[in-house]
Design a binder for this molecule. Structure first.
Ligand SMILES: [Fe+2]
Ligand SMILES: [Fe+2]
Length: 538
């Protein structure tokens, strides 16, 4: 191979890891990471070490998809044991922090009875002192708030446990990554760089801009015996060039799930980036190759792992000018700040928006609208539906908003008026609370309560109410996790009888009956929006 100028192959995948576990957003803030290590990772690894065959059998059962099972066919027990022991040793501080959060909960439950909390500060576990303020709500329910920025400047935020695994990917068939730690394997290159390291930007720029081998080797700091492996990820072949949309209309493209790119009049916006790599497949799709050279705004709807995907975010960081996120609430454990966790992973351009605040550029306006539900009734503010106004066009990206209070949309319509195009998730059979937030609980939850408090999006009635309320002309169902390249982070396999499919079919039919264009997006889609003025003239 000519080593003068080389590109990174389009099918080289990045798995960002912490403690060898695939990263999602609760593994970065120290407090949620601590709880996930002790209540999720340790429990899964202990169970595997005790009974690897049970895991091997469960992984084969489609009904157990997404469950807490390690996918190594009952093998590699010694490596999992070594990893567990290493985490116990190297993460002792976080293990202690996790226990302290449990002790703090008990302290408040047993001792905070409506009187002043001042005397309790001296009883707060040592490791948490100064990091928490004790509070009551107006009904004397005691609680605490975390001073989150302090955790990031403490020893609890340890960048040395972050690393990058590079390997080739050739198809959609990728194992579920959230329950299985990523062990070293042949054909994978493990680079021990933290997420805020500029080498990530340099590496993924290589997918479009070539560099000499000497420079690539130097930047990755690999040893000579890793040369052949890294060279196998490189190619002298330039990729197809991306042509930005330069027309006068608004173009949007669906990349799968909740990921949509809007380009108009020199401004680009990418919602909830979750991208497929480029390889041969029977399902046509847009991939990393279909992104503009710079993205003016990446916009995040909410802090669930299928909407904030570090694997994608890190790879596009070098081309993102601004990243817009919803502001979190008051320091609750379950609601970590997206701004802080992005800033601490190398994103220097985070814009945090509260409800009904906006960002403007030229005649493009992005307004944050309240997002109710889909978070199991937990007090979580890091969620936003986004209203995009471009000239005469108005598009609402509602993501997984669940219309549990129709009055909200009536009030929003009164303030903002009609919306042309609605994008709405209808995963109305969401997972129970504990599937995602279980590790943060410090007392077991009653099963019936857990089953009733789900991460569910809108159903037919709830969705239709939004369509009608905003007098939408087009309504697209999206964010359904159906694309085959998402199986590794979603645990969804629908049949025709699944409620999200039945309910969204009903919504599409009702929309069409009343003259509203409607479709459940899958794979890829491109729309060039008509100018309403021209449309009337024609
Ligand atoms: Fe969600
Ligand atoms: Fe979702």
């Amino acid at each position: 191979m000519n080593r003068d100028y080389l590109y990174l192959r389009q099918n080289v995948q990045l798995e960002p890891l912490i403690d060898h576990w695939y990263v999602w957003s609760h593994l970065i803030p120290p407090a949620t990471a601590a709880r996930n290590i002790t209540e999720r990772h340790m429990k899964i690894m202990d169970s595997y070490i005790a009974n690897p065959q049970i895991h091997a059998n469960a992984v084969k059962n489609p009904k157990m998809m997404g469950g807490p099972f390690i996918d190594y066919g009952g093998k590699r027990v010694d490596e999992i044991r070594a990893l567990r022991d290493r985490i116990k040793r190297e993460r002792a501080g976080l293990l202690e922090l996790s226990a302290a959060l449990g002790q703090l909960d008990s302290l408040l439950r047993d001792s905070a009875k409506g009187h002043s909390l001042q005397l309790l500060y001296s009883k707060v576990p040592e490791i948490l002192r100064g990091y928490v303020e004790l509070v009551y709500d107006l009904n004397n329910h005691p609680s605490f708030r975390l001073v989150e920025p302090l955790f990031y400047v403490s020893n609890h935020y340890d960048r040395s446990q972050q690393s990058l695994m590079l390997s080739p990917i050739t198809g959609d068939d990728r194992p579920f990554v959230l329950s299985t730690p990523r062990l070293e394997s042949d054909g994978s290159l493990h680079l021990r760089f933290p997420f805020d390291h500029p080498v990530i930007d340099e590496l993924f720029q290589l997918k479009t801009i070539s560099r000499p081998w000497r420079e690539i080797k130097e930047m990755t700091q690999i040893s000579d015996d890793q040369d052949d492996l890294l060279l196998s990820f490189l190619t002298p072949e330039p990729p197809a060039r991306y042509e930005s949309y330069t027309g006068s209309r608004v173009r949007w493209r669906y990349f799968g799930h909740a990921c949509i790119l809007i380009e108009s009049q020199g401004v680009s916006m990418l919602f909830d980036p979750v991208l497929s790599y480029t390889y041969d497949s029977s399902v046509s799709r847009y991939t990393y190759l279909d992104l503009p050279e710079t993205i003016d705004y990446v916009v995040i709807t909410h802090n669930h792992q299928d909407h904030v995907l570090f694997e994608t975010l890190l790879q596009i960081r070098h081309k993102v000018k601004n990243i817009v996120v919803p502001r979190n609430g008051g320091g609750h454990l379950q609601d970590p700040s997206l701004k802080l966790l992005l800033q601490n992973t190398g994103f220097n351009n985070v814009i945090e928006i509260s409800e009904m605040e906006e960002v403007r550029e030229g005649n493009v306006q992005l307004t944050g609208l309240p997002f109710f539900g889909e978070h199991a009734d937990l007090d979580i503010m890091t969620k936003m539906a986004w209203l995009v106004t471009i000239g005469p066009h108005r598009l609402l990206f509602a993501a997984d908003s669940c219309n549990i209070e129709p009055r909200l949309y009536e009030l929003l319509h009164r303030q903002y008026g009609d919306v042309d195009v609605l994008f709405l998730g209808m995963e109305c059979d969401g997972a129970p609370l504990t599937w995602l937030y279980g590790p943060l609980l410090t007392r077991p939850m009653e099963r019936a309560a857990d089953e009733s408090r789900r991460l569910s999006g809108s159903n037919y009635e709830q969705g239709m109410h939004i369509v009608n309320c905003f007098k939408c002309k087009e309504a697209y169902v999206y964010a359904m996790g159906q694309e085959p390249w998402l199986n590794y982070i979603m645990s969804i396999k629908y049949t025709d009888q699944s409620r999200p499919i039945v309910e969204s079919n009903r919504l599409m039919e009702a929309c069409r009956n009343q003259g509203v264009v409607s479709e459940r997006l899958f794979g890829e889609k491109e729309i060039l929006m008509e100018s309403p003025v021209l449309a009337t003239v024609v």
